[in-house]
Design a protein around this ligand. Structure first.
Ligand SMILES: [Fe+2]
Ligand SMILES: [Fe+2]
Length: 274
């Protein structure tokens, strides 16, 4: 099964830029790239920061655009989103008690979509009610599960980033630990950085967003960092006994050389069996 992971699309008023980049144009570029290479994906998951300022008009345009894609899509909200405005446009993402949580079944796994949003803060929250929902979801189905969420469930050790991490991360990891045998992977966003690690033993990855790119500046203790690294989306291949995740840097516009080009003359050493 192939799925697409996008994050931090930060849609905004058409024509506006963020960090010198146009998020609406970059989202379109990403979709064009995805439709060229991955129109057979079983699911497109976007892990939050859908709208830069939680603007209802961004959600309406997003909903119209996603309706024209060949694959099903499912969304998480991030700190830049507005839960009420989002759920007004995407009521199908609302759970029984009003959070933007739910699941989608695919051919290989049940995909859980978590709501780590909190009001008036960029940090992530996972309160008792949401913890109970997750515990119930993981207990009620035999799995396997794939989990999608916005905020990082593990520390990055970049201090400005970790100040706005999932603040209830230890409680969250305790829940994952109780069901780790059923959870195959956790996908998250928020950091605008390619990251890999594990959450209570469950492999966990993130990626650069489709617009502005961060950089891991460990010496900076207060302010988030931005760079000109290429915009990216993710592709995951989920096999019976493996899971492979790519970060595809669709924003890279430099040369891509293939075997046989002049600088690659030494590639095929006579001693190398191919
Ligand atoms: Fe973001
Ligand atoms: Fe975020």
């Amino acid at each position: 099964m192939k799925l697409i992971h996008m994050s931090d699309i930060h849609l905004t008023t058409p024509g506006s830029t963020i960090g010198g980049r146009d998020p609406n144009a970059n989202f379109e570029r990403a979709l064009t790239h995805i439709l060229r290479d991955h129109s057979d994906a079983e699911l497109l998951a976007i892990t939050g920061d859908l709208s830069d300022w939680g603007d209802r008009h961004d959600y309406i345009r997003l909903k119209e655009r996603l309706a024209n894609l060949p694959m099903p899509t499912r969304l998480c909200i991030g700190n830049h989103d507005d839960r009420a405005a989002f759920l007004e446009v995407f009521p199908e993402c609302r759970d029984a008690v009003g959070f933007a949580q739910g699941y989608v079944d695919t051919s290989v796994a049940r995909c859980l979509f978590l709501d780590t949003w909190g009001p008036q803060t960029h940090a992530g929250h996972y309160c008792g009610a949401r913890q109970a929902w997750l515990e119930d979801q993981l207990a009620a189905h035999e799995g396997p599960f794939l989990v999608f969420m916005h905020h990082n469930p593990i520390p990055t050790h970049l201090r400005p980033m970790d100040q706005i991490r999932l603040l209830d991360d230890e409680a969250f990891r305790d829940i994952i630990a109780r069901h780790a045998g059923k959870v195959r992977h956790i996908f998250f966003g928020h950091c605008h950085l390619p990251l890999s690690g594990s959450t209570a033993g469950v492999p966990t990855t993130s990626l650069r967003g489709t617009n502005h790119a961060a950089f891991a500046v460990f010496a900076e203790t207060k302010l988030l960092s931005r760079s000109n690294l290429p915009e990216a989306y993710g592709v995951a291949f989920v096999g019976r006994d493996y899971l492979t995740v790519h970060m595809v840097e669709f924003g890279y516009d430099g040369p891509i050389e293939i075997e046989g080009s002049p600088d690659y003359a030494a590639w095929n050493r006579e001693t190398m069996a191919r």
